[in-house]
Ligand binder design. Structure first.
Ligand code: UD1
Length: 383
């Protein structure tokens, strides 16, 4: 009889893949002690939102893809629960590990918890204190029902204690995503993607924007684009665009703000030096190595993403976050992140200050590439 403990790892959407990669690799090294299944819920399904990350990060093919796809939050969560329950009943894992704060995180945590299967949440304790943000509900609910809460910072552990989580459930292990960043940075350097698309070191700005609060309202999106267009007169702005944002640009008739020179062709530009003039250049979503390379050589980054605030902190690149709050405040207090908000005038003002005199930050404790080792030692002790 196989006495090894079976861990089920759940992944669903783009920001999950860089978080599960180090966990999968650590479990592969401990094959005498653990077996694992990898479940992809299928929330993100495009090649460039999902498959590319599996290939680049050498994540094995999922054991099972639940094929959930697009839909409302209730649809995604409900269907994920129904399908994940079938899997869990048949395969009886010893623990379900969920990461981050997407819809699958709460869906699978809740399903497992109802079946009395222990749940571990990696990236526990982050709070934006904004309950209109769908991810905040997922974070709160997942942390409330998880058995092991793995935090990326001491701040996050303190938050959980304040919410009444018993100390013995909380394990400060560090930032799992930074394991991937530090392991892949050299490879990203070798592909030199920024050069392939005609960019020069520190002479361009990287933009990512997909939060519903920024891109689902025409006036909000237009205001932000107006300010970014002004910034783009000085430095080319490169924008790998999320499918949600692209379809809103179409819907709200805002495509005239952006240039399409790199949109259809960007991956075929190898070795062609096309120096970009000013403007906002959209691209289809790009791979992990490509975005790390673009971040690493940029003058600064404009974003509303969670992960990019953390990655720029470790890469020491100034990051202007286009949100009123952040669940990753440590990137502001210790790192290179600025919480700018979404007022167009404030954005221009902060941009003018940062381009002249960016703050110096440092990586928070345990954002060191060894988080998956710490995670595995907790699992070994607990299971
Ligand atoms: C999800 C996560 C968010 C994360 C983001 C990163 C939740 C609540 N949100 O938001 O935390 O920051 O992923 O990308 O789980 N689409 C495609 N192709 C895909 C995936 C999505 O075209 O491969 C389209 C969908 O059809 C939909 C839109 O993008 O119209 C939004 O997708 P969805 O998965 O609902 O949420 P995200 O906004 O991506």
């Amino acid at each position: 009889m196989d006495m090894r403990k079976k861990i089920t790892i759940v992944a669903a959407a783009r920001p999950n893949f860089m978080k599960i990669a180090p966990i999968v690799h650590a479990l592969q090294k401990e094959a005498d002690t653990f077996t694992f299944d990898l479940i992809h819920t299928g929330q993100h399904y495009d090649k460039n939102m999902s498959d590319t990350f599996f290939e680049q990060l050498e994540i094995p093919k999922p054991t099972l893809n639940l094929g959930i796809g697009k839909g409302s939050h209730a649809f995604q969560i409900g269907h994920t629960m129904i399908e994940f329950e079938k899997y869990a009943l048949e395969h009886k894992p010893d623990m379900v590990l969920v990461v981050g704060d997407v819809n699958a995180t709460i869906a699978c945590a809740l399903t497992a918890s109802k079946l009395n299967i222990p749940v571990g949440h990696v990236e526990a304790g982050l709070r934006s204190f904004d309950r209109t943000m769908p991810e905040e509900i997922n974070r709160l609910a997942t942390d409330a029902i998880s058995d092991l809460l793995f935090t990326p910072s001491e701040e996050a552990s303190v938050q959980l204690l304040k919410e009444g989580v018993p100390q013995e459930k909380i394990h400060f292990i560090g930032n799992i995503m930074i394991d991937t960043l530090l392991h892949q940075r050299k490879k990203a350097e070798q592909i030199a993607f920024y050069k392939k698309v005609g960019l020069k070191e520190k002479e361009y700005i990287l933009l990512t924007m997909h939060r519903p609060s920024n891109v689902d309202h025409p006036d909000k999106l237009k205001g932000l684009l107006g300010a970014i267009a002004k910034i783009a007169q000085e430095y080319a702005v490169i924008w790998p665009i999320h499918p949600r944002t692209y379809s809103n640009l179409e819907k709200f008739d805002l495509l005239h703000y952006v240039r399409r020179d790199l949109y259809d062709a960007h991956l075929d530009l190898s070795n062609k030096q096309v120096m970009l003039p000013s403007g906002i250049f959209i691209m289809k979503p790009i791979g992990y190595l490509e975005i790390v390379n673009l971040m690493d050589h940029s003058k600064l980054v404009l974003t509303d993403s969670g992960g990019i605030q953390e990655e720029t902190t470790v890469l020491q690149i100034p990051c202007l976050t286009l949100r009123d709050n952040t669940e990753r405040y440590i990137t502001v207090s210790e790192g290179t992140n600025y919480l700018v908000g979404t007022n167009p005038d404030t954005l221009i003002q902060v941009y003018n200050e940062v381009k002249k005199d960016p703050k110096k930050g440092s990586a928070p404790k345990f954002w060191d590439g060894e988080t998956s080792d710490r995670l595995l030692s907790v699992l070994k002790k607990t299971l």
